[in-house]
Ligand binder design. Structure first.
Ligand SMILES: Nc1ncnc2c1ncn2[C@@H]1O[C@H](COP(=O)(O)OP(=O)(O)OP(=O)(O)O)[C@@H](O)[C@H]1O
Ligand SMILES: [Mg+2]
Length: 300
């Protein structure tokens, strides 16, 4: 790939990562090394890579928890909203960057759904009216009915729980939201619920999203761009379409493309002239692809 390390710093980048490296204390190897990229406002970026590749380490560094809350050695720099994360305490980023982790239950702090969101907002010094506006908007954005405000978050389904966590992050109205495998604990319905909210968010406001996930089907239709991490290094940084269409290359990285893309890739291999046709990333696109395939000679 073209070396992202040589990319010019662009003024309007909301996240800028320059030659970032991190080695945990006591470890012989760098968990991540020489990573550079920039994210622009409103861009939705997916991060993929096998287990242990360094995705969470990168996310922790984006949020400034590395280097402040972990021991180790850092190289390079991260700036978010123009702030160098090394120079400021991570608490200063609370109103700027929302975080959502894997397990919703470990992120709950309140007794009710409403308290959960209030807790997130407490230190912002908002008026009661503003607080209420944000709670209503956040619940609306994640499509949790108002009637759920008084329920215990622990009584909800997995997808609903993670939507409460997402609502707390949204209520902060940060410009950036970072999610680390937000659906890996959820069943397929819960996963779909969370990704539906993220897809909706695209249209609601200009929020910048960085999401680590193994759910390639979902990433393919949500993300503008995909970063692929292998053994601590950024090996591919491309548009979602370009990324998921490179089927053979993905297999080499141990990443499974969306099933519709895989199927179409196999079919195209055996039909005249179809290898030139754009591979589908979604079911809708697959329908179009199949209609073009009709009538082509196939050896399948
Ligand atoms: N606190 C830590 N101390 C020492 N080494 C760590 C620590 N956390 C992670 N590592 C190591 O850093 C490397 C990257 O781990 P990381 O958790 O960032 O990977 P990941 O891509 O998020 O994996 P997964 O998909 O399993 O979540 C791994 O080799 C891991 O063992
Ligand atoms: Mg991880």
């Amino acid at each position: 790939m073209a070396s992202p390390g040589n990319m010019k710093m662009s003024k309007d980048a909301v996240i800028s990562v320059q030659n970032l490296g991190w080695r945990y204390i006591g470890s012989q190897r760098w968990a991540i090394e020489n990573i550079s990229f920039q994210v622009h406002p409103g861009e939705i970026t997916g991060i993929v890579g096998p287990s242990g590749a360094g995705k969470t380490t990168l996310i922790l560094a984006l949020r400034g928890l590395i280097p402040h809350n972990f021991q180790g050695t850092m190289k390079g720099s991260v700036s978010i909203g123009g702030l160098n994360t090394k120079a400021i305490h991570p608490s200063k980023l609370v109103g700027r960057v929302g975080m959502v982790f894997q397990d919703p239950e470990t992120q709950f702090t309140g007794l009710s759904v409403e308290e959960e969101i209030v807790f997130a907002l407490e230190n912002l010094g908002l008026s009661d009216e503003e607080m209420d506006r944000r709670i209503v908007n956040a619940l609306d954005a994640v499509q949790l009915p108002d009637g759920m405000r008084d329920r215990s978050p622990f009584q909800l389904s997995g997808g609903q729980k993670q939507r409460v966590v997402l609502a707390s992050a949204l209520a902060m109205e940060t410009d950036v939201i970072i999610l680390d495998e937000p659906t890996s604990e959820l069943d397929p319905m819960g996963e779909e619920e969370v990704f539906r909210v993220l897809r909706e968010l695209r249209h609601r406001r200009n929020v910048t999203i960085v999401i680590v996930s193994h759910a390639t089907e979902q990433l393919a239709t949500l993300c503008d761009r995909i970063l692929c991490i292998q053994e601590g290094r950024l090996v591919k940084d491309s548009s979602s379409r370009e990324f998921f269409s490179a089927v053979e290359e993905l297999y080499g990285y141990g990443i499974r493309p969306p099933q519709v893309t895989e199927l179409a890739y196999e079919l195209a291999e055996h039909a005249d002239g179809m290898t030139q046709v754009k591979l589908p990333l979604s079911i809708d696109e697959a329908c179009l692809f199949l209609s073009r395939l009709e009538g082509k000679e196939s050896v399948l």
